[in-house]
Design a protein around this ligand. Sequence first.
Ligand SMILES: Cc1cc2nc3c(=O)[nH]c(=O)nc-3n(C[C@H](O)[C@H](O)[C@H](O)COP(=O)(O)O)c2cc1C
Length: 363
Amino acid sequence: MPQFQTPLCQRLGIAHPIFGFSHEPDVVVAIAQAGGFPVLGLARDAPQDIPAIVRDVEQRLAGLPYGIDLMLPAHVPSQADPQSLQAALPPAHVAFVAGLRKRFAIQPPSQPSFFTAHARSEALFQAQIDAVLNSNACAVATAIGLRAELIAEAKRRGKLTFSLIGSVRHARKALDMGVDVLVAQGYDAGGHTGNVGTMSLLPQIVEVAQNTPVLAAGGIATGAQVLGSICSGAQGAWLGTLWMAAQENHTPPALLDRLIASSSEDTVISRAHSGKPCRVVRSAWIDAWDEADAPAPLGMPQQQALTGDVFASIHEHDNAQLIYEAAGQSVFGIKARTTVAAQMEMLVAEMNQAWGRVSGFVQ
Ligand SMILES: Cc1cc2nc3c(=O)[nH]c(=O)nc-3n(C[C@H](O)[C@H](O)[C@H](O)COP(=O)(O)O)c2cc1C
């Protein structure tokens, strides 16, 4: 079987041009062991927890390369905590969510989580950045915002810098800041997205990137799509949603059932999760924010201060009616509970099948 080795694969020392984003350390370890490049999302972790998480992952990776991702939007308060944000929430929003808590009989979460104990602020971001820079990760990825100082400092420490971008304008900004790898993340993607679909975004980013490597992200769930991305000029594909089907993700059973039952059309862009447009798989909670009497969601970080306990609760209690998560149109690729190793094997086999199919057309 041919092996698809792009220059970026060679630079990183990975077997396959498959980059996997996950918040779950077990997924990260399994992706690395299967020959992909894992990127550990730490945007949902308290800065003080990051050193122990990273130590554990690095020990289990035993030298295999990996990256860390942070979400760093601009325009958040310099300092914030949930209590003071909650004290200043608009009464109409508080009343609306109180009504939903009653209507859906939502139990409070039994323990604190990132979503109840923290609020996104510059102070939080800086503490997360410091913890990430001190890790041995060979790459640092950032999303939603671009931070020139972080990019410069990560590069100074010998780390490769990745930036998730959803438009040509942001790609140009990232290139000006010296980012090493652009991740062209289309509208199809799970999580916070822009307005352009991956298929249209990728060639435009490849064109402006010139010699800077580009990865394709958003809506990708098959090896044929990975190969197609490479044909469009990418050096690999960056997947997020698919790994939620893997047992290593410890996905709550009701959420996995929902993902298996969902088609691409069951994912929607909503501001109800974080305050910023975010593609999620629909549930009664997400739908409630689209009802006629619903107020427009608040911004970031106020929306999390308003609803963070609900997100924590519906995950803790595996609430089949309300549970949701960020998920891309790639959800079509989630058909059953599986493992990361099986997913990687399938993606690689599909790349080879697609290669065989295309080769058969050559006269
Ligand atoms: C559950 C989930 C959480 C995500 N959280 C983040 C995040 O914290 N930071 C980030 O850069 N991207 C995040 N993303 C987006 C991924 O990095 C990736 O771009 C996206 O999943 C690719 O599209 P796909 O979901 O169709 O595979 C998240 C995606 C999912 C599914």
